[in-house]
Design a protein around this ligand. Structure first.
Ligand SMILES: *Cc1c(COP(=O)(O)O)cnc(C)c1O
Length: 382
């Protein structure tokens, strides 16, 4: 089976993990600091808070920005459920903004229209979460301008997009963005096994995210409400969670970060090769934005809705591990119970009817890629 995505583990990764296992710190040690330094450098900002998943990072980011009951978070429907669930964790409501059918990310025109209506009705969102679908950055200039006008907080879900760039700026460094979140799940661009991070240029947000990652407990006398009782002393000054990443995972992630540029380059080479190999087939290949550079987490093709399922099943039967990203979140039973349903977000729904993610990962060979295309060609001609 050729999977749709797969991690790459080198001897350097194995050695990094082994060194941590034999060291004094399995958690809250220097490997976490080293991982965070590399993430912050890649994102072009001063602060990175590594956690045990991107889901945790999204939750902590929302909580840090004060999202709570009576507030609303808006994201796009075609994303992993975590981009929306983080709002529910905080007791807030969730709503969605449809996607741009070409970019697969939040449509700025749909956002502008929905904001205009929400302002009149006095129910503006507190947090907006665009998702850099497939590694393709959303139109952050347009979304940032809307943030300045309406005053919501902006969290970029860049789970697919570490190493991507928008107008020459690394994803994570957009001037209008409060927090950007990365995932280090094994199918993503770099992996720590499980893991995620929140990055920000704002030192106050960084400090609160670090606090909420670990129970809201501090050992910093400057943050305490009273004089320290002694060298053992700590205070809980906020309500957080245990979302820490271990040094074992951080060591793997840090070692992988050394190959970030190489991975994204390789994904581009393979993506261009797919573009060429698929050019004469009745499929829509990914759109390329001249203003940004995708991280190419996923290579999604679109075909006639009627042919998607038979083609998908035939490819799986032929050992090609295709997948579909994503079932629109608003159509999940949990969200339908809130009143969402079919027809609410037509671009996301037709995208879902037509999309197939075909294999793309750094170690995919040209022979394997040719096999993927051969099977696809056979099924489309059938
Ligand atoms: C993978 C993913 C997440 C969740 O990441 P975890 O690290 O598995 O928690 C969130 N949002 C998107 C868009 C993702 O692809």
């Amino acid at each position: 089976m050729i999977p749709y995505g797969r991690q790459d583990i080198t001897d350097a990764d194995l050695e990094a993990v082994r060194a941590v296992l034999l060291s004094d710190y399995l958690t809250t040690g220097p490997a976490v600091d080293a991982f965070e330094a590399k993430i912050a450098a890649a994102a072009g900002v001063a602060h990175a808070i590594a956690m045990n998943s991107a889901t945790s990072a999204l939750h902590v980011a929302c909580a840090t920005l004060g999202l709570g009951p009576g507030d609303t978070l808006w994201t796009q429907p075609n994303t992993f459920v975590a981009s929306a669930n983080c709002g529910l964790y905080c007791g807030a409501g969730v709503d969605f903004v449809d996607i741009d059918p070409r970019r697969f990310t939040m449509c700025p025109d749909a956002l502008a229209e929905k904001l205009e209506r929400a302002e009149m009705e006095g129910r503006l969102p507190k947090v907006v979460v665009p998702v850099h679908m497939c590694g393709q950055p959303a139109d952050m200039d347009a979304i940032g301008a809307l943030k300045r006008r309406y005053g919501f907080h902006l969290i970029e879900d860049a789970s697919h997009a570490i190493g991507a760039e928008h107008k020459g700026r690394p994803v994570g460094s957009e001037p209008d963005t409060d927090v950007t979140v990365f995932s280090f799940h094994p199918v993503k661009i770099v992996t720590s096994g499980e893991g995620g991070a929140a990055v920000t240029r704002n030192p106050d947000l960084a400090a609160r995210m670090a606090l909420l990652r670990a129970h809201g407990i501090t050992r910093d006398p400057a943050r305490m409400t009273s004089e320290s009782d002694g060298p053992w002393y700590y205070q809980q000054v906020d309500l957080g969670w245990n979302y820490r990443i271990t040094d074992i995972h951080a060591a793997l992630g840090a070692s992988q970060m050394d190959r970030l540029a190489q991975y994204v380059d390789r994904r581009h080479v393979l993506a261009r090769r797919y573009d060429t190999l698929l050019a004469d087939l009745p499929v829509e290949t990914p759109w390329r934005d001249p203003d940004s550079r995708s991280a190419f987490h996923l290579y999604v093709i679109r075909l006639d809705a009627g042919r998607r399922r038979p083609v998908f099943e035939a490819m799986r039967a032929a050992g090609i591990g295709v997948n579909v990203h994503y079932i629109p979140v608003h159509l999940q039973p949990w969200y339908r119970d809130m009143g969402f349903g079919p027809g609410d977000f037509p671009n996301s729904e037709s995208y879902y009817e037509e999309a197939i993610s075909i294999p793309l990962y750094p170690q995919l060979t040209e022979d394997e890629q040719d096999r993927v295309v051969r099977v696809l060609r056979r099924e489309l001609r059938a």
